[in-house]
Design a protein around this ligand. Sequence first.
Ligand SMILES: NC(=O)c1ccc[n+]([C@@H]2O[C@H](COP(=O)([O-])OP(=O)(O)OC[C@H]3O[C@@H](n4cnc5c(N)ncnc54)[C@H](O)[C@@H]3O)[C@@H](O)[C@H]2O)c1
Length: 332
Amino acid sequence: MNILVTGSAGFIGAPLAYDLLKMGHRVIGIDSYINSNPEKTLKLEINFKNKFKFFKLDLSSNIEILDSVFNEHKPDLVIHLAALKSVQESIINPDLYLINNIESTRNIIKIMKLHGCKKIIYSSSAAVYGNQDIQPIMENAVCRPISPYAESKLACEELIKDTANQGQIDGISLRYFNPIGSHSSNLFKEQLIRKTGTIMQEIVKVALKKNKFLKIYGNSYSTKDGTCERDFIHIDDLLGAHLKSIDFINSFEGYDVYNVGTGNPITILNLIKSFIKYNKLLINYKFINDRPGDIASNYADITKINKKMRWKSKKGLKEMVIDSWIPYSLEE
Ligand SMILES: NC(=O)c1ccc[n+]([C@@H]2O[C@H](COP(=O)([O-])OP(=O)(O)OC[C@H]3O[C@@H](n4cnc5c(N)ncnc54)[C@H](O)[C@@H]3O)[C@@H](O)[C@H]2O)c1
């Protein structure tokens, strides 16, 4: 297939493009580098000379170039990952998030319709659920986004759903829980440039001595050890869910949404202790006050994706923490 991967220079987009190219698909990558740089693009270009084409463009504002990319490469499928993703940054700068993420999706849909490209797999987030009393969370839970980032992700889902309901495209939203680890090729590592990152980015920053200690927000939540619990999933498993989704969407019409997690909650403290134990590294951490907006528990019910796509995760906590450190340890 000709597959357009937006956000192809990102933490998930680059290894996804790699796996698709390895399988023999042609991949057209798009990225503005707003949260990345050309490093991963160069690696893809070196490894897949003729099959990978890349375009640097801002999807939220460059609709003419997007149109010419579709004209030239005629994608059969779009996997839309391009977005800004920091919850904390979105609270500080909501307009940036709403405009960047929503306008990009609006433009993608517009150009897909214009060129008769029917299939889209969208990278959504468990953040759309907000605070849910019932865990694990099923896809039919009422979404209550509590940050501009989560609002933007839900708004994009709605845009895709509305267009699919009019019969113009077929779409699947994958609500990722907490991807960590690194791709089995060991070629790609996550960008650590933005101020407040995911918990694994913050652990890595301390391991790399970029920060002196790790802040753990709150230790009196009603969880096993008082710290928040999340559904961490290995990036290779997450990519596997995309490959299943591609097979699935080819014979699917309409719109649907799927959780992508392991279904097993892991506390933040357990994650940190496992990182220390399996990587034999010293990570200083300090408990501080709860962070407004943080949810005690958040993990996926994976029955739906398991039933409909025959997908479930394979990798456990040990592999996740070891693989989260590998790309950085190779640099040392
Ligand atoms: N990593 C996570 O923890 C996580 C969790 C849930 C959902 N997601 C979603 O998965 C997707 C990919 O996440 P990631 O971890 O690879 O993030 P990332 O920041 O590493 O990659 C996203 C890429 O999109 C690019 N981008 C952003 N806006 C763009 C625009 N307007 N035009 C062109 N390119 C643009 C960025 O430069 C970046 O390279 C995002 O949509 C994110 O919301 C990620």
